[in-house]
Design a protein around this ligand. Structure first.
Ligand code: HEM
Ligand SMILES: N[C@@H](CC(=O)c1ccccc1NC=O)C(=O)O
Length: 292
């Protein structure tokens, strides 16, 4: 046993001796909480139910952690898109790999919220008014970067100039898929000019002329390895995105059944329709074309 400032510690006391070299004076130094701005972060959970409902904190933290991860997803996808524009394919794939791990974390995270029962949620759902995840501008920006553009989604942000400006920029910027196709064209792949010059503010729709291009890539993978690998990474992104949507739907069904949403939609029925949206339809169509 060792003695430290008169307090017994060590193995017997089941405490750890703090080494003398450990820094304790932060009057003039960067600290953990200072660097991370914890006072701001940890004062941003403000339940509004009165009397305060125990489970509202879970609800808030589930959403805030999702928004934090979405901030990083957006940052990485924008970087990946810019790297594709600069013909830096390897670096772009590195960013996509990180996004895939975040998506898995976000999908897993639904199990925490699923511990909220219908009766518990009903006790504070009323205070949410018309607030809804439908108004998540970061979620919408991620959909836009992946190519599912929809100018009508900007309507709900009319009273939020910063969110509107951010989303309008995302709407008007070529998507990750647009930049991949442009990269393929620069590398000599026969991507039709009309696709390369498309109005990038419109939602991507299925382009049958691309399927033979991808079929060639998928049938002769050795000759087209970089393109092939990128295609499969994009399919992973879409697959992961759909899994998140599916878990959202199933969590919603178990908590509010088929009630209408606070955002004004039909609820689960509306969310089910999102499962039919697709980012990279040609990369799924190519599967049908592989002989065998
Ligand atoms: C008790 C938990 C939840 C319920 C009951 C719920 C319910 C709903 C409903 C009914 C909608 C449709 C829009 C509406 O009319 O409100 C919706 C949309 C949405 N929610 Fe949730 N939600 C829950 C948790 C979450 C969480 C934790 C997130 C994470 C940020 C989230 C993100 C979204 C997004 C992004 C949309 C728009 C989806 C789309 O456009 O397809 N939701 N939610
Ligand atoms: N749309 C949900 C409410 C909801 O989940 C929500 C409310 C405020 C802030 C974020 C939310 N999350 C997802 O929609 C509902 O209808 O119960």
């Amino acid at each position: 046993m060792t003695e430290h400032e008169g307090v017994a510690d060590g193995v017997e006391a089941n405490t750890r001796t703090i080494e003398a070299s450990v820094v304790t004076d932060f009057s003039d130094r960067m600290s953990y909480g200072g660097y991370l701005d914890l006072p701001t972060l940890l004062s941003a959970q403000r339940p509004i139910s009165r009397p305060e409902h125990h489970d509202e904190l879970l609800f808030i933290i589930q959403h805030q952690t999702t928004e934090l991860w979405l901030k990083l997803v957006l940052h990485e996808l924008e970087t990946a898109r810019d790297l594709l524009r600069a013909d830096e394919l390897g670096k772009a794939l590195k960013a996509v790999a990180r996004v895939k791990h975040i998506q898995k974390t976000l999908t897993e995270q639904w199990s925490v919220l699923a511990t909220l029962t219908p009766a518990e949620y009903a006790q504070f759902r009323g205070v949410l008014g018309n607030a809804s995840g439908f108004q998540s501008y970061q979620y919408r920006a991620v959909e836009f970067v992946l190519g599912n553009k929809n100018a009508r989604m900007l309507q709900v942000f009319e009273t939020d100039p910063a969110a509107s400006a951010m989303l309008r920029a995302a709407l008007e910027t070529p998507s990750l898929y647009d930049e991949f196709l442009r990269l393929l064209a620069r590398a000599g792949y026969p991507i039709p000019a009309a696709i390369l010059e498309r109005d990038v503010t419109q939602a991507w729709t299925f382009q049958p002329e691309l399927v033979p291009v991808f079929t060639e890539i998928y049938q002769h993978t050795d000759e087209h390895w970089a393109a092939y690998e990128t295609c499969e990474e994009l399919v992973d992104l879409e697959d992961n995105f759909q899994l998140w949507r599916f878990r959202h739907l199933k969590t919603v069904e178990r908590i509010i059944g088929s009630k209408t949403g606070t955002g004004g939609s039909s609820g689960a029925t509306f969310l089910k329709r999102a499962l039919e949206l697709t980012f990279f339809p040609e990369l799924y169509a190519v599967r049908t074309e592989i002989p065998g």
